[in-house]
Design a protein around this ligand. Sequence first.
Ligand SMILES: Nc1ncnc2c1ncn2[C@@H]1O[C@H](COP(=O)(O)OP(=O)(O)OP(=O)(O)O)[C@@H](O)[C@H]1O
Length: 567
Amino acid sequence: MQEQDVGTDWRNDFKNLTPSEFFRKNKQMLGFTGKIRSLTIVFHELITNSFDAAEEAGILPEIDIELKRVEKEHYILKLKDNGPGIPEDYVMRVYCSMFAGSKFRNIQSRGQQGLGCSGCVLLSQMTTGKPARVISCYKENGDIKGVKMKFQMDVKNNRGILMEREDYPAESTGVCIELQFKEVSYSLAEQGAFEYIRRTMIGNPHAKITFRDPSGHKYIFKRAADIVPILPKEVLPHPKGVSADDLMTMAQNTDSRRYKSMLTSSLSRMSNKRVDEISELTGIDMNKRPKDLTFPEAETIVHCFKKMKFMAPPTDGLIPIGSEQIEKGMKQILKPEFVTTITRKPVTYQGGVSFIIEAGLAYGGDSGRVVKEQRKSEIMRFANRVPLTFDAGSCAITEALKSIDWKRYGLKDLDNTPLTLFVNIISTQVPYLSTGKQSVSPEPEIVHEIRQSTMKLARKLQKHLRAKKAAKEKEKRSKVFEDYMPVIIEEAAKLGETGVPEYQEVLAKVTKRALAELLGEKVEEEEEEEELDAIIMEEVDERGYAVDGNSTLDSFEEDDVDDEFED
Ligand SMILES: Nc1ncnc2c1ncn2[C@@H]1O[C@H](COP(=O)(O)OP(=O)(O)OP(=O)(O)O)[C@@H](O)[C@H]1O
């Protein structure tokens, strides 16, 4: 064989790329594209980490953020939280190693990938060359320890390089991180960092955020609820949601000694009896050792799962925000004239992954967004309480809301209505469309649930708007009565050749409500209210879940038709 010229031999160029090197070249895959978006993603990553950490420790999250402008497009961001802190040994692993974290479990949390905060450190380093500064205060053997560190990311090796370290006199636990950024921009626009905080507060009414913006203005987003959300439990995957590759991975990592015990201990709704059934149907010996599982066997087992009937996945791993809490959040931030919220029952997508849809609708007050001094409608998309600010076009939430015929609910010009629509998807596996985690895959079951919940809220708004219109008309009629009554009394007195009686006091007593009674309209109004209450009562069960949450797609069309044409 002829020897190749060294300069053209690809073997000289062959090397492994670390995750950090990969993302240094592809920072857009972490969501860092565009100046405004890049800064918003940084806020998102750091805030969600602080929330996750505090809630896991049973602490009501409290975050102080300060953004200073050094010069145009050069900022210093400081974020301090009151979470449990990060033990010293882990600080550089958290902030300088990609794909490192504590959330690679089948559990509902904001973080999933172990990329977020190391991505922020990488962006800071790439745009300014400055190191990260972290103070971490954490509990160790009952004492609170504090450490102050300055470090850089060693991109080639996907780890940190410590530059300075000193003890820090800690009083309470928490993390404070300071990063510098260039080529980013702070904006009040819909996709900017400020709006991100505002939306975060609607989905997280139990949190408190103080934010000092680059002009020095301090915003305090107060807590609207004082309860730390219940911690979601880790749930085992459902047989309908696993692939042959998942089974192979389980087999390689399990401590179980037989296929049988591996399946019962790794999957939900899997009993010894069900495993015996599988063995009978497939002819596979379930007493073999997991490490001997072959790919064709895994495929056969998964194929069998698809044909079997299983109970729906357990839902105690899903903790929704809850209708009441969403309402508190929306009232606190939007001060609306009318608000209505709903939390649907847990259902599944792709046959085995459970999720819950929650929705809220606020009308009037500060609802909607102001564009050229006019209030327009706005959609707030959330996944596991985290606002999704970008890539709206491809998202299941946008698709579902766009498919609704809003005119049927009396909203002839939705764009120009002062309305905020809130939709949150809760799941242990939100089907994000990319690592940037900004849009949810439009799985048919997810789109269906969003449509159902939003249409119910739209109906309630329609009732509110009708009642408001009727009240206005009554007021108008009452005004006519008040204007003409004095004239009639005075003219009657003249005709009767008597003095004008003292009528002002009596007339004043005939208030709008009394007048409505005179006109025989009270009963009708009360009936309407009772009717509305009855409908609301019907729609939620004792846990606050809508009782008509649908778990199958069979009812898709029927449900839609009912809702669309009811009024
Ligand atoms: N403020 C904090 N307090 C305590 N622990 C933290 C904090 N920030 C990060 N961590 C820890 O660092 C880990 C890595 O965080 P990182 O943001 O890189 O990924 P993630 O949150 O796990 O997932 P994702 O990339 O999806 O956001 C977390 O899993 C958590 O254990």
